[in-house]
Structures are given as structure tokens and as C-alpha cells.
Design a protein around this ligand. Structure first.
Ligand SMILES: NC(=O)c1ccc[n+]([C@@H]2O[C@H](COP(=O)([O-])OP(=O)(O)OC[C@H]3O[C@@H](n4cnc5c(N)ncnc54)[C@H](O)[C@@H]3O)[C@@H](O)[C@H]2O)c1
Length: 247
């Protein structure tokens, strides 16, 4: 089960955290993986760890031209893209009235517009091959309106990714392409570095399983949704949140 050999994948924000764990899990299941990240140092480190079946490209996912060029490079090298994992994001935590329009726009650009840019560039090749897995790393914030760490901008962007993923699922189903979102609760990554001990304790009280996730627990859900075995699942949002949501 979950054999991804002969599959090619792109993971955005693969330099560290959940993205790196996703890339490692896809490689472990046999896929060739292209790592996208805006930070060249993180990317070099991730590439050295993951080994020769990876391709790494410095790309700012909020830049449509940059994304198009990076995806064309992957298609030139590997001929097809079977799996696209939109994972890169930035956290925004300021209260609503302190948020400036440029911070709002930057959060929406990286966390939502990038999903449009990457899918726009990848979907034609998936249609041509008749196979595709679009996987969006959203957040419980997109369902709950924040309440743990992300603010209004982060929550709005993540809710937007869930809506866009469902629209893609509906429109692309006739081509053998599925689109699903994963909604993690708090996961132990550098993204949570700004959390105070009090915020961590408060967040843990909201989680029935009583702890934060490990990045590999999100990666396992990605491997499942990327696999042939998940062919009949589309437009789904899968909560990997220790029971926070239960909707
Ligand atoms: N950590 C959590 O608690 C948590 C909870 C829910 C959802 N998520 C989501 O999971 C995903 C990964 O989060 P993480 O905790 O691993 O974050 P992280 O900050 O540890 O890693 C994010 C990676 O994305 C890259 N990145 C950021 N902006 C980019 C851009 N414009 N272009 C290209 N790369 C960019 C960063 O360089 C970094 O390598 C995000 O979508 C995040 O919103 C995380």
C-alpha cells in the first residue's frame, strides 16, 4: 500500500518543518520530489538530508512568474508532475486592528495566492497525463477563525485555501485529478517559536489528545492522500489536530 514509486511530486516550503517531513515521507515511499523554498540555506540542508532523488529550486511562491518558471523546470527535468503539496506559509498573529494593509496582503499572497499560482502551472500537465493529486496544507485556523495562534489574515487565507481546494476538486474530477486539504492543529515546528509557555498550555487544553503533533503525523496523511489508494477521496478536509475540530 501507498507505493509512490514512478510518481513525481513538488512540495512547497520544503526547507524545514512540516514541508521537509512531507518531502522525506514521499521520498521514503518511492517518489521523486522537487523541493521549493524561498530560503536557499534551508533548501541546501534539506536536499543533502533527502538525497539524490530530489531536485531543489529557490522560489518565492507568492511570485507568479517565479512559480511558473520553477514548475516548468520540474516538467523539463521529469516530464510530469503527479503530486503537488502546497505547504509554504507564513504565520500572522497581530490583532485585527493592528494589522496593516501590507501585512494583510503579504499573508494572503503567500498563504492563498500561491495555491492559485502553483495549481495554475501544474494542472495542465496533470490533465495531459490523466492523473493528479493536489494536496493543500490548510489549518484548523481556516475552520475556527484562529483562536490558537493565527490571526484574521491567517485564518482568512487558510479558509480561502479550503474553498479553492474544493472548487478544484469539483472542476478537475473529470480528469482523474483529486484535490484535498489537510487541517493541522498545532505542530512542533519553528513556526510556533513565538508561542509563550502560557499560550502553549492554553492550546494544549483545547486538544483532546493533549499534545501538539509531530510533523511526521501530517506527512503520513499526505502520503495517504497522494497514493492510489485514496483515488475516491476528493474535496475532503482531513483534520490532523488531535480532536480539536471534530466536525
Ligand atoms: N506548525 C503548526 O502548528 C501548523 C499548524 C497548522 C497549519 N500549519 C501549516 O503547515 C504548513 C507548514 O508549516 P510549518 O510549521 O512547517 O512552517 P515553518 O515556518 O516551519 O516552515 C515553512 C517553510 O515555508 C517556507 N516559506 C515561507 N514563505 C515562503 C515563500 N513565500 N516561498 C517559498 N517558501 C516559503 C519557509 O522558508 C519554511 O521553510 C503551513 O502551511 C502552515 O500554515 C502549521
Amino acid at each position: 500500500m501507498f507505493d509512490l514509486s514512478n510518481r513525481t511530486a513538488i512540495v512547497t516550503g520544503a526547507g524545514r518543518g512540516i514541508g521537509r517531513a512531507i518531502a522525506a515521507a514521499l521520498v521514503a515511499h518511492g517518489a521523486r520530489v522537487a523541493l521549493f523554498d524561498r530560503d536557499p540555506t534551508l533548501l541546501t540542508d534539506a536536499t543533502e538530508t533527502l538525497g539524490a532523488i530530489t531536485l531543489s529550486i529557490v522560489v518565492d511562491v507568492a511570485d507568479a512568474t517565479n512559480v511558473q518558471a520553477a514548475i516548468e523546470t520540474v516538467i523539463e527535468q521529469w516530464g510530469r508532475i503527479d503530486i503537488l503539496v502546497n505547504n509554504a506559509a507564513i504565520l500572522s498573529t497581530k490583532p485585527f486592528l493592528e494589522l496593516t494593509p501590507s501585512e494583510w496582503e503579504q499573508t494572503l499572497a503567500v498563504n492563498l495566492n500561491a495555491l492559485y499560482y502553483t495549481c495554475r502551472a501544474v494542472v495542465p500537465t496533470m490533465i495531459a497525463t490523466g492523473y493528479g493529486r493536489l494536496i493543500t496544507i490548510a489549518s484548523v485556523a481556516g475552520k475556527r477563525g484562529g483562536g490558537i495562534l493565527g490571526n484574521a489574515a491567517y485564518s482568512a487565507a487558510k479558509a480561502g485555501t479550503i474553498g479553492l481546494t474544493k472548487a478544484l476538486a469539483r472542476e478537475l474530477a473529470p480528469y482523474g485529478i483529486t484535490a484535498n486539504a489537510i487541517c493541522p492543529g498545532p505542530v512542533e515546528t519553528p513556526l510556533l517559536a513565538s508561542m509563550t509557555a502560557e499560550q502553549r498550555t492554553r492550546a494544549q487544553r483545547l486538544i483532546p489528545l493533549g499534545r501538539f503533533a509531530h510533523p511526521t503525523e501530517v506527512a503520513a496523511a499526505v502520503v495517504f492522500l497522494a497514493s492510489a489508494e485514496a483515488a475516491f477521496i476528493t474535496g475532503e478536509t482531513l483534520d490532523v489536530d488531535g480532536g480539536i475540530t471534530m466536525d
